[in-house]
Design a protein around this ligand. Sequence first.
Ligand code: KIV
Ligand code: NA
Length: 277
Amino acid sequence: RPKVTLNTIKSLYKKNIPIASLTAHDFPSGIVADRAGVDLVLVGDSLAMVALGYDNTNQITMDEMLSHCRAVARGSKAPFLVADLPFGTYEVSPEQALESSIRLIREAKMEGVKLEGGIEMAATIKKITTAGIPVIGHIGLTPQRSASLGGFRVQARTATGARKLLRSAQALQEAGCFAILLEAVPAPVAKFVTQALTIPTIGIGAGNQCSGQVLVQLDMLGSFDRFTPKFVKKYADAFETNSAAIAEYVRDVKERSFPGEEHAYSMRNEDDIKKLE
Ligand code: KIV
Ligand code: NA
């Protein structure tokens, strides 16, 4: 597969070909996304919940994020690689945000970063993009800010809310973002924002008129059984498939039907068996 660059993303957008994005959180999930033809791989901080078992995304540290990004980068070669800036690593100042972004690029082979927030993050985004690091702005439902949003709720459900969302999107575009992620907003609102921008929108729970889509890999594979948001389509039931496979293995071990002869090694000289008796 040819390497997906920022130019590839721009060209898909210009040709109105949806940008297929997916999260990955480790080496195998990075490989599988690459092999399946994903354009943009996001090492999202959702990995805190789906892969590390935290209650929310705000507990993951930069060191944990760096470690997962490195694993994804080892497996995912063609897709454009973007990492979430973890909570607490970019809000203090534009300088802090740039330093954190540089770490993800230099220490973990990421090619761009994503951060949550609207107009108030414009100066921060400008700082990062001016340093030559591609940025995705994330607006609508921003999980790192769920406490101040009053929970995980659909955003911009009114005309006023929609116009405010558009102003945020335009400010982020102006600040130099190469794409805007829209999470949990009504489909007509996402369409309205997408049409008003000159950069692609990537939707999750934002209808099918965005310039691209993203899902959390472990959600869409059915590997995360705690809860499933309305916007997730389960393309597989990995939790069930894997549990059944592991239960069968346990049975086989208890019954000594695994390993079979085909999984066992023989001695170089069969006569040597007698010498062991
Ligand atoms: O962390 C994440 O996976 C995200 C989603 C919106 C894809 O930010
Ligand atoms: Na995220």
